[in-house]
Design a protein around this ligand. Structure first.
Ligand code: DGL
Length: 277
């Protein structure tokens, strides 16, 4: 591994702004860490793209973040974590964590009846990444999964959490009604924003697992193990945001998601990004 030091930033990337849910979890847990976020707003959504395309986009973004001298990369996007994480870990010489393993581990810990539900984008569910991660931890666990492609646009549009959202959720989540799982993994960056209505629809007996929050805990563990946690002295962490398109729209929605204004927001031209291998 390269010469890494605690003062370097953590790089985080997502297909767009959904990964702000992971940024929020990281800021809450590790307020002294510097963060560099990349949201691929020009090429979102990843959830409906092929594996090959998502891998190529992820490689370009990881190279971009590496050039910014980050000490670690967090793949906040469930879709990218599902299909590209292993390849990135093989190709890049810094710690890289995804959201699938932390979310799966948390769900397995609370699977009293050995039944776990997973929701995600079409690509995430098609990849079977959560299913494999859960089965690797406990082969006896029954995994029921459901792709929910309409939820991302509903969250992006800030659609009110009743009426259409409730109807759409009802239609997707009825897969789980008959034989309720112990927990439901929110396997997409956008779903934590629907937590309260998902809880209402699923009922209080099903625990919701937020992969973003679990990942933040993993990042803390890993940084501390490697001696790379930024010491809790001095200034709070600085946060930089890069997007590949339409920073104004990103700023508006990210401010709403994060609950506070963005400090530094920059646009990276797509040609520049595509030049990274
Ligand atoms: N960030 C994606 C994920 O977590 C959702 C949005 C997209 O489809 O790109 O899977």
């Amino acid at each position: 591994m390269k010469n890494l030091n605690a003062k370097q930033a953590i790089g985080i990337f997502d297909s767009g702004l959904g990964g702000i849910s992971v940024v929020r979890a990281l800021i809450n847990l590790l307020p002294h860490e510097h963060l560099i976020y990349f949201g691929d707003t020009a090429r979102v959504p990843y959830g409906s793209k092929s594996k090959e395309t998502v891998i190529r986009f992820s490689q370009q973004i990881a190279s971009f973040l590496l050039e910014k001298k980050v000490k670690m990369i967090v793949v906040a996007c469930n879709t990218a974590s599902s299909v590209a994480l292993e390849i990135l870990q093989q190709e890049f010489d810094i710690p890289i964590v995804g959201v699938i393993d932390p979310g799966s581990r948390a769900a397995v810990k609370i699977a009293a009846n050995k039944r776990i539900g997973v929701i995600g984008t079409s690509s995430t569910i098609r990849s079977g990444a959560y299913r494999s991660a859960i089965r690797a931890l406990d082969p006896e666990i029954e995994v029921v999964d459901q792709a929910c492609p309409l939820l991302v646009p509903l969250v992006e549009e800030d659609w009110p959490h009743d009426g259409v959202v409730k109807q759409v959720l009802d239609s997707y989540l009825k897969t789980f009604y008959q034989n309720k799982p112990d927990s439901l993994i929110l396997g997409c960056t956008h779903y934590p924003y629907l937590k309260s209505i998902i809880r209402e629809v699923m009922g209080p007996e099903v625990q919701l697992v937020d992969s973003g929050e679990e990942t933040a805990a993993d990042v803390e563990f890993l940084l501390s193990r490697e001696g790379l946690l930024n010491p809790e002295t001095g200034d709070p962490g600085r946060h930089k945001f890069y997007v590949s398109d339409f920073p104004q729209k990103f700023e508006e929605t990210a401010t709403r998601f994060l609950g506070r204004p963005l400090e530094n927001l920059f646009k990276v031209e797509l040609e520049v990004l595509e030049a990274y291998k």
